[in-house]
Write a protein that binds this ligand. Sequence first.
Ligand SMILES: Cc1ncc(C[n+]2csc(CCOP(=O)(O)OP(=O)(O)O)c2C)c(N)n1
Ligand code: SF4
Length: 237
Amino acid sequence: MTKQRFHYCPGCTHGIIHRLVAEVIDEMEIREDTIGVAPVGCSVLLYNYLDIDMQEAAHGRAPALATGIKRVLPDRMVFTYQGDGDLASIGTAEIIHAAARGENITAVFVNNAIYGMTGGQMAPTTLAGQATTTSKTGRNIQSAGFPIRMSEMLATLDGAAYISRVSIHNPAHVIKAKKALRKAFETQKRGIGFSMVELLSTCPTNWGLKPTEALKWLEENMIPYYPLGEFKIKQEV
Ligand SMILES: Cc1ncc(C[n+]2csc(CCOP(=O)(O)OP(=O)(O)O)c2C)c(N)n1
Ligand code: SF4
């Protein structure tokens, strides 16, 4: 990682996830061989923090950009880092088709159940009843539909080689999250196909909670709807 100070709000778990990605890259000794693709969202400035080659994608288009990079430079490790607005809303088509094609890339999917950067609007992953700036009285399933479980959905695709969901709400789970990221990167290194790790993350600012309350809220509300685990592991992984 660079010495740049994070721009994230206090208690935001984006920073922890950045650190985990950086540690996996260093432990695999692939710093010179890795290309990251940053999203539009709070983590748009990811390229300021990771000391590797980075590209910036248009909102939701990171999997398409990563596909192009990986096809031109197949010996590089290529990953996207995307929020739930980026990956599960404007970029739904890109991630589904990248997974369906079995692109040998890795998606780091940060699900904080809200649009953080733009002020806390409802995302496709916002929970039923969750208050946001565009669902002040809570997400109404009748009008807004059900939150999407992206990991379970992508796991149904034949091109998906490794799909798992982890959480960042306490140290034990942070350690598990790193193991999942390592497995996803190893999947790509061995050329097995598309890999994704969904990380349940906090947005204390837009959830209207203190950092510690946000960790508790994640554990008590997000995990029951977004169960943790590995949803797809191809035999070769
Ligand atoms: C084409 C386009 N549409 C909309 C936006 C506005 N916009 C910027 S970030 C964002 C959502 C970010 O939410 P998420 O991906 O969940 O990331 P977070 O900020 O929560 O980490 C939106 C809608 C944009 N920048 N470009
Ligand atoms: S708005 Fe939310 S996701 Fe964005 S930096 Fe702040 S806490 Fe993190």
